[in-house]
Design a protein around this ligand. Structure first.
Ligand code: SF4
Length: 326
């Protein structure tokens, strides 16, 4: 399936700036999307500044936000409301950093003890780059909760060795920032945890999850992000990844999917429809709340009408739906 351009260099070799069509650039930034809520950075797909701007690109997380609740998307991408770091998300960032750094070592030295030994240093590094995460343990004077949290990070790292063997892996890319512009002008972006390329040129996209695998009926939702990345790689390189692999460290499961062209065309149509809905909401200012049980994890209930709150004033110009005037 993968053609002669499918080698490692072809996945990551055309870094040509982050803004242009058909670019792939290696990301050297924080784990997760740039601007991910709670990261301490700008919270959205719309640019690097704090001022409100219409969204200009779509990432898997923000696409999922909009599908979950349009108002949540607005709060994160348009209003850029701050979010508190969570223990689970911060541990995920830490574990991802450890798994990435482990591949710096020679293959034979990529052992579980070595990986676990990386945790304290990576935790220090995380606290330096994102000082807000120290708030998580501000009320933990004797360090007990922190110790338990770090022990859980160790367990997650250890479990990875029961699912994959890093001594037999030589990733072509780790934490790869990818960005592609579709013919419609829609820009897609994200960070792929790991890209493996077989000697035959076949590409495997791997993502680590520190939570548990979803029940089978929810697997499609979990694969959305992976198909999104597969679409980006395909649009950039005309190579369909041979395999998409989700590694669930929380439950010790591996979910794989071998995409075909029809999958990628389907996800592309879905993203166009989603982007059109986002565009209309951006122009009209009509961002509906969609309450679900996930509201329990939403940081913005105080601003949400479903919970008696009031959203902040809409910071973008609004176009009346009937007249089409600004
Ligand atoms: S509380 Fe629920 S309905 Fe309200 S913005 Fe958050 S996710 Fe949406």
């Amino acid at each position: 399936m993968a053609g002669p351009e499918a080698g490692p260099a072809s996945v990551a070799g055309t870094s040509g700036g982050r803004g242009g069509a058909g670019t792939v650039a290696c990301g050297g930034g924080e784990r997760g999307e740039s601007g991910a809520p709670g990261s301490g950075g700008p919270a959205g797909d719309g640019g690097a500044e704090r001022s409100a701007l219409p969204p200009t690109s779509l990432s898997p997380s923000r696409a999922s936000d909009f599908m979950q609740c349009p108002l949540l998307y607005r709060f994160r991408v348009i209003d850029r409301l701050p979010e508190k770091p969570s223990e689970a998300a911060t541990r995920g960032t830490l574990v991802h950093a450890v798994l990435e750094r482990l591949f710096d070592a020679p293959a034979g030295e990529r052992t579980a003890p070595r990986a676990k030994a990386l945790i304290p240093g990576q935790w220090d590094r995380l606290r330096e780059s994102r000082p807000e995460v120290t708030e998580l343990f501000a009320d933990d004077p004797d360090g007990q909760r922190l110790a338990g949290w770090l022990a859980e990070a160790e367990r997650l790292v250890e479990r990875w060795f029961t699912l994959e063997d890093p001594t037999r892996l030589e990733p072509a890319e780790r934490e790869l920032f990818v960005e592609a512009e579709l013919e419609s002008g829609l820009r897609l972006r994200g960070i792929i945890d790991r890209v493996d390329v077989a000697p035959t040129g076949e590409v495997r996209i791997v993502d680590y999850k520190t939570g548990k695998a979803p029940r089978p009926e929810y697997a499609e939702g979990a694969l959305f992000q992976m198909k999104f990345y597969a679409l980006v790689v395909w649009r950039l390189k005309r190579v369909i990844p041979r395999r998409l692999q989700l590694v669930y460290l929380g439950s010790g499961d591996v979910l794989t999917y071998d995409p075909v062209l029809a999958d990628l065309e389907r996800v592309e149509r879905k993203l166009h429809a989603l982007w059109e809905a986002i565009r209309q909401a951006t122009e009209s200012g009509d961002w509906r709340p969609r309450p679900t049980k996930l509201c329990g994890w939403c940081d913005h209930r105080a601003h949400c009408p479903e919970f008696g709150g009031t959203p902040p004033p809409y910071p973008l110009p609004v176009r009346a739906a009937e007249s089409g005037t600004v």
